[in-house]
Structure formats: structure tokens, C-alpha cells
Design a protein around this ligand. Structure first.
Ligand code: NAD
Length: 372
């Protein structure tokens, strides 16, 4: 019998496959014991696909990506393919998926587990229990707006041009993602732009405000200028629940926010496409870290970002908030026992590899749920 829902697993390169192999044990436990009724298919992507098929992602895989409910992505890339053409590089696979599936909304939580509050470059008192989500528009704005280019004026002066450009539907669809996410969290959205100096920011503010009034009166909306937001993220990051912003500001602010947590191996992300007529939407879940070639094959990679990416999938693609929280609580409890992978070790904690960390988290999930 086949399931109605489908997941495509793309482990990729470097630490991708070794982490995914372990995380699959957690995915399969949810299938066996929590009624997660999904079919799983796996495909090669990135350098792994390049070696076997001569391209970083095959058309068949893109087609499959269109058909599934969610994609669990590992990481792609390795210095050994740095010499090949840009369109053949492993990284071209993720770019192709984002483009083909119109993955326009990037969701990046920055969550600080108590046990790791000291890993942040900010004082623990400012970041402990931090839990914010940045929703960044990713296919519009100044990175894609036209006119763009470098031109030479008659007097020989050269000038570079990029255009910040947002339309009402582009703003509405990403704001909707943010409002929907806020409903699953603390119910507060902060919309960020530069409406004091940019018309695109002014329109952004108007559109987000109208949408909130018309469709999301239960969600609290505030506005903040992007420069102030950067300052506030460092001054008092816990004031935020969901931040929604355009491509350029989101790029900067989400990197800033990720470092509040201090550990790359802990950070998941989701990228969502447009809602289809049947109510489904393309969705890709991946850690924000890369393929970490420097530690690949050693069994020491931190699997938590990948596990949290799966938790985001449960929350946003399968509406299984309770299961997502079960995973997050299990991770928190295991970190509290002092178990650490090498990247998040501090004095007095116990170092374990990928496999043992996943096994401990799975054991805790079983204990908390009383199942399996
Ligand atoms: P990286 O994120 O792979 O690694 C940066 C540092 O963090 C390394 O020292 C690495 O060992 C460490 N690290 C990363 N993830 C870790 C984990 N889970 N556990 C423990 N340590 C971890 O970034 P990079 O070195 O700049 O890039 C390596 C390759 O990854 C490049 O080819 C790059 O293009 C690619 N990349 C891919 C993606 C993606 O697939 N979406 C994202 C970023 C980078």
C-alpha cells in the first residue's frame, strides 16, 4: 500500500550522507510509532550526482521534487569540484531546486538551548531561551530586480546598478507565510524594511499592514526599520517572535541571528514555495551548514541541525506541531545531560560522535513519548 504523502531525501555530499543515514532512524521511528504515513524516496544530488550522472541534479529528480510533499536536504559541495563550470558545480543543485520550485520564503529559526547559552558570543543572560524565526523573501528584491548591470557613461565613469523591486503579490505571499508561522508560535510578527528612505519599503509596510488587518487580526504586527532591527537583534533578541523581511535585509539579519546561537551544527531551515490549488506547497528542509568536507567521513558531525530540519518539516509540511516539539524537547534534554558533538563541546561535557548523539536523542524521544 502506498502512502498519500511523499518525502524526497537528498543527502548530497560530505557529511550529508553520514548524517542523513543516522537521522533516517528518527524519521523511520516516527513512521513506525507516531502514524507518520509517508513514502520515502532517495536520490543523488550535488557532487554525488555529478560523479554518477555527469550533472549535479537530473531533470528526473527535479520532476520528483515537484511531486513530493517535502524534501529533506543534506548539503552539497566539495573543494574537489571547485574547478568545474558554475552550472556543473554541486551547489548548482540547490540553486536549481530553489528556482524550479519557486522556493520564495526562507524560514530560519534561531533557537538557543539552555545548555548551549554559553556558546553564543553574546552573554548568556541575553540569549538563553531565545527562540525567534526569520522569514526572508528569497526570489525577489534587489538580487533579481532589473535594470541591473555595470555600464560606462559617456565621460568614462563606470556605474553599477541594482534595483530593489517588490510587487504587492510578492509581499503578500511572504507575509502570509510569516503570519501563518506566528499562529503556530507566539502570535507576533515584526515586519522589517527601510520605509523611511525606500519606496519599496513603504509599499512593503502598507501591504503587510493591510493583509494583517484583513486576514490576520489575531496576530500582532509591529514594524521596524532594518538598521534598528540589526541593533535590536544584538541588544535584546528575545523581543522577537517572527521577523519578516525582503531578500537583502533577510540575508544580513538571518546570518546575524544565526550567530546569536553560536553553533552552525545546530541550525535548521525551511524554504517554502507557493500554495498550490490542492492546498499543498513545495517545501525544502535543510541545515544551514554546508557539507563540511574537513570533517566528512569521520563520524563526528553534529546531526542536530538535520534533525531539527526534520522537526520543521513535521511542523510546516505535515502540521504535526506536537511531534516537532517532542523532537525539540528530546534534544534539549540530551544536551542537558552533557552529551556533545565536537563542535559544541565545552569543559566538563562528554564528547560523542554522530551515531551516538542520534541514538541518545531517539532514546529520549521514546522515553518522552512512552512509545517504541
Ligand atoms: P560548512 O558549513 O560546510 O563548514 C564550516 C565549518 O563548520 C567547518 O569547519 C565544518 O567542519 C563546520 N561544520 C559545519 N557543519 C557542521 C556540523 N554539522 N557538525 C560539526 N561541524 C560542522 O561551510 P564551508 O566549509 O564554507 O563549505 C563547505 C562546502 O559546503 C562548500 O562546497 C560550500 O559551497 C558548501 N555549502 C553548501 C551549502 C548547502 O548545501 N546548502 C551551504 C553552505 C555551504
Amino acid at each position: 500500500m502506498t502512502s498519500s504523502k511523499k518525502i524526497l531525501v537528498l543527502a548530497g555530499d560530505g557529511i550529508g550522507p553520514e548524517v542523513m543515514r543516522e537521522v533516517a532512524k528518527i524519521v523511520n521511528w516516527f513512521r513506525a510509532y507516531r502514524g507518520l504515513d509517508v513514502d520515502i524516496a532517495e536520490e543523488l544530488v550535488g557532487g554525488a550526482s555529478l560523479e554518477v550522472h555527469g550533472v549535479p541534479i537530473r531533470d528526473e529528480v527535479i520532476q520528483r521534487a515537484h511531486e513530493v510533499d517535502a524534501i529533506l536536504f543534506g548539503a552539497v559541495g566539495d573543494p574537489k569540484w571547485a574547478h568545474v563550470d558554475f552550472n556543473l558545480r554541486p551547489e548548482a543543485a540547490i540553486l536549481a531546486l530553489r528556482k524550479e520550485l519557486d522556493l520564495f520564503a526562507n524560514l530560519r529559526p534561531a533557537q538557543v538551548f539552555d545548555a548551549l547559552a554559553d556558546a553564543s558570543t553574546l552573554k548568556a543572560e541575553y540569549v538563553s531561551k531565545l527562540d525567534l524565526l526569520i522569514v526572508r523573501e528569497t526570489v525577489g528584491g534587489i538580487y533579481f530586480g532589473t535594470p541591473r548591470g555595470i555600464e560606462t557613461l559617456p565621460d568614462g565613469t563606470r556605474r553599477g546598478i541594482n534595483t530593489e523591486l517588490y510587487t504587492t503579490p510578492e509581499i503578500e505571499r511572504v507575509a502570509r507565510v510569516a503570519f501563518d508561522a506566528a499562529r503556530k508560535r507566539q502570535g507576533h510578527v515584526c515586519s522589517v524594511e527601510k520605509s523611511n528612505v525606500m519606496e519599496s519599503g513603504l509599499l512593503w509596510r502598507e501591504v503587510v499592514t493591510s493583509l494583517q488587518q484583513a486576514e490576520y487580526p489575531d496576530v500582532t504586527l509591529t514594524h521596524m526599520l532594518a538598521d534598528n532591527c540589526a541593533m535590536q537583534l544584538v541588544r535584546n533578541p528575545r523581543q522577537f517572535d517572527v521577523i519578516v523581511t525582503g531578500n537583502l535585509f533577510g540575508d544580513l539579519l538571518s546570518d546575524l541571528a544565526s550567530m546569536l546561537t553560536g553553533s552552525l551544527g545546530m541550525l535548521p531551515s525551511a524554504t517554502l514555495g507557493p500554495l498550490k490549488e490542492d492546498g499543498r506547497r513545495a517545501a525544502l528542509y535543510e541545515p544551514i551548514h554546508g557539507s563540511a568536507p574537513d570533517i566528512a567521513g569521520q563520524g563526528i558531525a553534529n546531526p542536530i541541525a538535520q534533525i531539527l530540519s526534520f522537526a520543521m518539516m513535521l511542523r510546516y509540511s505535515f502540521d504535526r506541531d506536537e511531534d516537532a516539539r517532542l523532537i525539540e524537547t528530546a534534544i534539549e534534554n540530551i544536551l542537558n545531560t552533557g552529551l556533545r558533538t565536537a563542535d559544541i563541546m565545552t569543559p566538563g561535557t562528554a564528547r560523542v560522535g554522530t551515531e551516538v548523539m542520534v541514538a541518545a536523542i531517539l532514546q529520549e524521544i521514546k522515553r518522552l513519548s512512552g512509545q517504541g
